[in-house]
Design a protein around this ligand. Structure first.
Ligand SMILES: Cc1cc2nc3c(=O)[nH]c(=O)nc-3n(C[C@H](O)[C@H](O)[C@H](O)COP(=O)(O)O)c2cc1C
Length: 206
């Protein structure tokens, strides 16, 4: 079992990273492998809505998005981390996720998802909800915690002092570990994965 933790912050070791690390330690303690992906400081290309991924099966921009999609089978869950910028997730993470899910959404069906956000003061829940939306329309059970997964602080040192926020991350990771093990045990016992109907798409004008 392996979990991919994505840090969308331009700070490799800032508050968002701290939140991800809290979760990672619990996953590892529960015998679950982890891999961290930092999106870096260079702009991540956004989706240009060319629709070519539908034919190609991958994005026309050959970058980290295609790399993760090609390796999707290796991961059983995703944890997505972002700082709050003006009340929403940062542009790096939304550019990455828009293209990841538009070109490879089906690859993540039945994998678990959790979002974590960091902020100085406000906008955490709006950002958290925005990130959860990627999971909610991709058949990804969302892993919850004792509170919404948010940590407060303008930098790592301040976020270290948010004991409740750090605990929230650890609780989420406990829940994720438990659910991953339940799914594995269920499959071993013969519980079948969900089978989905062919997708109906309606845009309400035809
Ligand atoms: C462009 C920008 C916009 C921000 N907007 C908000 C905001 O709306 N609300 C807030 O509480 N903090 C805001 N912040 C502060 C960051 O969310 C906060 O410092 C966060 O912990 C940084 O995480 P990091 O250390 O992982 O980069 C903003 C920071 C930047 C650079």
């Amino acid at each position: 079992m392996k979990v991919l933790l994505v840090n969308g912050s331009p700070h490799q070791n800032g508050s968002t990273s701290l939140a991800l690390e809290e979760a990672e330690q619990v996953l590892n303690r529960n015998g679950i492998e982890t891999e961290r992906l930092w999106l870096g400081v260079k702009a991540v290309q956004g989706c240009i809505a060319c629709g070519k991924c539908r034919k190609l099966g991958k994005c026309v921009f050959n970058d980290v998005v295609n790399e993760v999609n090609e390796r999707a089978d290796e991961f059983d869950a995703l944890i997505i981390g972002s700082p709050v910028y003006y009340g929403g997730p940062c542009s790096q993470i939304t550019a990455f996720l828009d293209r990841l899910f538009y070109s490879g959404g089906k690859k993540y069906h039945k994998k678990l998802g959790a979002a974590v956000v960091s902020c100085r003061r406000g906008g955490a829940t709006a950002s958290f909800e925005r990130l959860n939306k990627y999971f909610e329309m991709n058949n990804m059970p969302v892993v919850t915690s004792q509170y919404w997964n948010q940590i407060h602080g303008n930098n790592r040192e301040e976020a270290m002092q948010d004991l409740e926020g750090r605990q929230t991350m650890r609780t989420m990771a406990e829940n994720m570990s438990w659910l991953l093990k339940c799914i594995e045990a269920g499959r071993a016992a013969g519980v079948k994965d969900p089978e989905y109907e062919p997708r109906i798409g309606m845009n309400f004008i035809r």
